[in-house]
Ligand binder design. Structure first.
Ligand code: CAA
Length: 285
């Protein structure tokens, strides 16, 4: 039985048991994004345009943004996993959809602006990449908070071969992660990079060599979802501030967030549990 099918069945069982809301299950295979709940506290979003190697189009992003926003609002969900297929996480923006676009349309509609809405999601997003993550697919992966790769993962920004450049953050996010020289080479030559390079350069936190990268991502998500929701959100916010500000301002921001967590019940519970030598029961309050 395929992993996806197992996830769907598990989610269906939980739905029947009243653990998941019906709107949270989208096993309709005609949809561009499949939604399941491999764990009660984890949403698994699977890109589903297999014939086009999960090329990213407007319809797919409409579904993806809606699913991400719903997961962000759902109090039962603590973390989100985003994945594709074994062959492709996503092979980039849909070239067939965009090839006849004119400048005026692209400019007036601010084309691609809604592709980065994912970066405003407050809950952690764990990307599980197998196969191609190219162009917009690589940029989508870079927007995840934690990225795990299978050994087959192949990343790249090949837009230069199409007469354009990355348009959903590739030149900016990659430069911050892997530096100017490597990013310049990748963006200007369009050469792909391997899972090993991605791990060595810090693009992915690790390569999952044993078992399924999606299962591992769900485990990571489930672990995160077990901690206090307020502190998890604060941790994500604080790390992201490091990309936006000076060290001095970032340290001040971190310290203020740290101070504010002493106003939460989860801090009292976490520290009481430590001193009482028991597991903490976080409530997200
Ligand atoms: N857009 C639209 N369709 C795509 C696609 C894309 N980005 N990538 C793959 N497909 C389609 C192919 O056209 C093909 O469809 P048909 O069977 O109808 O011809 C199907 O997916 C399978 O693809 P291939 O036959 O090419 O598969 P392959 O295994 O031989 O090669 C590949 C795989 C190397 C990923 C190759 O498909 C490829 O180079 N794809 C394009 C990658 C790319 O250039 N991405 C960047 C897009 S621009 C961008 O993303 C801009 C941005 O920054 C937002």
């Amino acid at each position: 039985m395929s992993l996806l099918l197992r996830h769907h069945l598990a989610a269906s069982h939980r739905a029947a048991a009243g653990l998941a809301r019906a709107r949270w299950l989208s096993t309709d295979t005609s949809r561009n994004v499949l939604i399941s709940r491999p764990e009660p506290s984890v949403a698994l979003l699977t890109l589903n345009r297999p014939k086009a190697l999960n090329a990213l189009n407007s319809a797919l992003f409409g579904e993806l943004n809606a699913a991400l926003e719903e997961a962000d609002e759902d109090g039962d969900i603590g973390a989100i996993v985003l994945t594709g297929s074994d062959k492709a996480f996503a092979a980039g923006a849909d070239i067939k959809e965009m090839k006849d676009k004119q400048f005026a349309d692209a400019y007036k509609s601010n084309f691609l602006v809604n592709w980065t809405r994912m970066s405003s999601i407050r809950k952690p997003i764990i990307g599980a990449v197998s196969g191609y993550a190219l162009g917009g697919g690589c940029e989508l992966a870079l927007m995840c908070d934690i990225l795990l790769a299978s050994p087959t993962a192949t990343f790249g920004q090949p837009e230069i071969k199409l007469g354009v450049i990355p348009g959903a953050g590739g030149t900016q996010r990659l430069t911050r992660i892997i530096g100017k020289a490597r990013t310049m080479e990748l963006v200007l030559t369009g050469r792909n990079f391997t899972a090993d390079e991605a791990e060595r350069w810090g693009v992915v936190s690790r390569i999952v060599r044993e078992g399924s990268v999606v299962d591992e991502a769900v485990k990571v998500a489930s672990r995160i979802a077990g901690f206090g929701r307020v502190s998890v959100q604060a941790g994500k916010e604080a790390v992201n501030v490091a990309f936006e500000t000076t060290l001095e301002q970032g340290l001040k921001y971190e310290r203020r967030l740290f101070h504010s967590l002493f106003a939460t019940a989860d801090q009292k519970e976490g520290m009481a549990a430590f001193t009482e030598k028991r597991n903490a029961q976080f409530k997200g309050e």
